[in-house]
Design a protein around this ligand. Sequence first.
Ligand SMILES: *[C@@H]1O[C@H](CO)[C@@H](O)[C@H](O)[C@H]1NC(C)=O
Length: 192
Amino acid sequence: MPAIALVVIDSLLKVAGGIAIGWFIRDASNRGGGKSAGGSSSSSSPNNKIGQTASRRAGAAAAAISKPTPVPRPKEELKMVLCVNMSLKMGTGKVGAQCAHAAVGVLWAHYQSHNVPIRQWEMYGQPKIALKVGDEAEMAELEAKAMSLGMPTYIVHDAGRTQIAAGSQTVLAIGPAPKSQLDTVTGHLKLL
Ligand SMILES: *[C@@H]1O[C@H](CO)[C@@H](O)[C@H](O)[C@H]1NC(C)=O
C-alpha cells in the first residue's frame, strides 16, 4: 500500500481516538452535572439519543483502554483475519480502508465481551491476515460458523458513496482468536 494511504489511515485513526476521548470526557461531565447545557430540546431528538448511546459506549471503551492491567501471555498465538469480498472488485485504497474499518469495528464491538484475548492480541503483535472470499463461500456463512465457535466477528457494510453499491458487504473480520480455531473456519481461504 502506498505510504500516503497509511499516513491518511493513521491520521484518521488519530482523529477517531480524539473524538472518542472527547466523548468520554463529555459523557463523564454530563453524568455528574444532571441537566446541563445540552438542554431538554436537543435531548428529545432521536439523533441525539443515538449520539448519547455511542458516547456511552465510547466512554466505556476509553475507560477500559486507559486502565491497562497486565494480561498473561496467550497459550496459543492469537490472530485476526480480514476476509475481503473479491466479487466487488474494489481498488487498493478502498480495500485498505475497508480492512481498517473491519479491524477497528471488531475490536470496539467486542472489547468488553472478549476483553482478555483482545488485550493479549494487542500486546503480542496484533497479527492480521487478509484473505480472499470469492462467491463460492458466503461471508454470512463464515460469520455464522465463527460466531457458533464464540469468536468475535464484524461485517463492514459500505455506505456506497464511492466505487460500489450502498450496503455491500465488503470485509468480514474474525478474531482475535487462537490460530487453530480460526483455521477451522477460514483455513481454506487464499491469502489476498
Ligand atoms: C459481496 O458483496 C455482495 C454485495 O453485498 C454480496 O451480494 C455478495 O454475497 C458478497 N460476497 C460474499 C462472498 O459474501
